[in-house]
Design a protein around this ligand. Structure first.
Ligand SMILES: C[S@@+](CC[C@H](N)C(=O)[O-])C[C@H]1O[C@@H](n2cnc3c(N)ncnc32)[C@H](O)[C@@H]1O
Ligand code: SF4
Length: 412
């Protein structure tokens, strides 16, 4: 999934009309650069999901595919002008990630237009990784053939579970076998890189259900898996059901046991974890776009509510598709606010993101208290002793279960 939230952080500042400080622009093109495109449409809303996405009913005429696509093109052109200011070369996208929402609702033609808009504005680097998310409900062999022809190189499908009763609790509309079938169709069309998303810890999911889902993933023959513990997000239908006592909250001990099961089965089958929630069959199967986020690279996030980051400046767009399109229609930036990260913000962010990676984090990023904490975390079995001696903080298997707590310890 897109690993950058489309929720605005608190403490918003007024938007700056399409300019970036010189300090942020310095080094653009030398750091990894990606484009994220947010597609804010879904056929129905899953009860657990609080992403910035809208069904036709929720839009109630206040946004359309065409309006969104025209606005997206305008934003990508604005982005190329901002990053290519003066005689600066416009950075070409090394990675593109079309996420949502449900990009597959755009069909092959719509997604082809999206990629053409990236080509026409920023341009694509040779061998760029180009991913689209897809809901197995809205895919077909023809869609995958069209996507491959348009230049997409990777597909990420929301599977969540292979157990019918679990899919029902999650409000997923597809049948248990549909995601695996869609992955097979993508590979048959010629996609080398296909990923499946799983959610574990859904109320009512048994260990056997989860094992069955993992077996289905392995049968599918994909080269990448993302597995997320169910988060009951405030304001969702699922949170209301939990509050009314109709569903229990996911149990922390069950979630930990589930994670161990996921990791055990995937590792045995030849998948290596490369980020706490992501496994791949080899380096080439890792998601380069998400690695760019985790390593503090630059990216332009286009679309309603999308977040961007360039050289320590972070900004986020207007959330509602109609307001987003209106801003661009008036020739103004669709940004709703931005923050300039200071050195300490950037240091803390590096700890938060890089610690979750298999390669871990250099101890040079830690202050003295953090280094002392890292030594204590080794004693507690959360960080690897051999790696710390070599100057890196690398999570142990147990540390992965408690990654957020380890981050809190290292940054105080
Ligand atoms: C944009 S969706 C993927 C594409 C498509 N919309 C779909 O759902 O099939 C991104 C992924 O985020 C994950 N996700 C969303 N909300 C979640 C939550 N509350 N807890 C855990 N995972 C969540 C799901 O695994 C989902 O597949
Ligand atoms: S289809 Fe995907 S993006 Fe849409 S509501 Fe469901 S999980 Fe969220």
């Amino acid at each position: 999934m897109c690993v950058v939230s489309t929720h605005p952080p608190t403490g918003q500042q007024p938007p700056q009309q399409g300019t970036l400080p010189a300090t942020a622009l310095r080094g653009v093109g030398q750091r990894p650069f990606g484009i994220y495109v947010h597609v804010p449409f879904c056929a129905t809303r899953c009860g657990y999901c609080d992403f910035n996405t809208y069904t036709a009913d929720e839009l109630a005429g206040g946004g359309s595919f065409r309006g969104w696509l025209d606005a997206l093109k305008a934003e990508l052109e604005l982005g190329a002008r901002v990053l290519g200011e003066g005689d600066r070369a416009v950075p070409r996208a090394e990675t593109v990630f079309v996420g949502g929402g449900t990009p597959s609702l755009l069909g092959g033609e719509g997604l082809g237009e999206v990629l053409d808009a990236v080509r026409a504005s920023f341009g694509l680097a040779p061998n760029a990784e180009v991913t689209t998310e897809a809901n197995p409900e809205s895919t077909s062999p023809e869609l995958f053939t069209a996507l491959l022809g348009a230049g997409y190189t990777r597909v990420s499908l929301g599977m969540q579970s292979a157990a019918e009763h679990v899919l029902r609790v999650l409000d997923r509309k597809h049948t248990p076998g549909r995601a695996v079938a869609a992955a097979g169709e993508a590979m048959a069309a010629g996609f080398e890189h296909v990923s499946l998303d799983l959610i574990y810890g859904t109320p009512g999911e048994s260990t056997d259900d989860l094992r069955g889902s993992l077996e289905a993933v392995l049968e599918a023959g994909v080269d990448h898996v993302s597995a997320y513990s169910l988060i009951v997000e405030d304001g969702t239908a699922m949170a209301r059901r939990v509050r009314r006592g109709e569903l229990p909250m996911p149990d922390e001990d069950v979630l930990a046991a589930d994670y161990e099961l996921v990791d055990g089965i995937l590792s045995k089958a030849g998948f290596d974890w490369y980020e706490v929630s992501n496994w791949a069959t080899g380096e080439a199967a890792r998601c380069a776009h998400n690695i760019g986020y985790w390593r503090g690279g630059d990216w332009w996030g286009a679309g309603p509510g999308a977040h961007s980051h360039v050289g320590g400046v972070r900004w986020w767009n207007l959330k509602y598709p109609s307001r987003y399109a209106a801003a661009l229609g008036e020739g103004t930036s669709p940004a709703a606010g931005r923050e300039v990260l200071d050195a300490e913000d950037r240091r803390v962010e590096r700890v938060m993101l890089e610690l979750r990676l298999r390669e871990g984090l250099t101890t040079e990023v830690l202050d003295d208290a953090g280094v002392a904490e890292a030594r204590r975390a080794v004693t507690d079995g959360l960080l690897r002793d051999d790696e710390l001696r070599a100057g890196r903080c690398v999570l142990t298997d147990r540390g992965r279960l408690l990654a957020d707590g380890v981050v809190r310890r290292l940054v105080g």
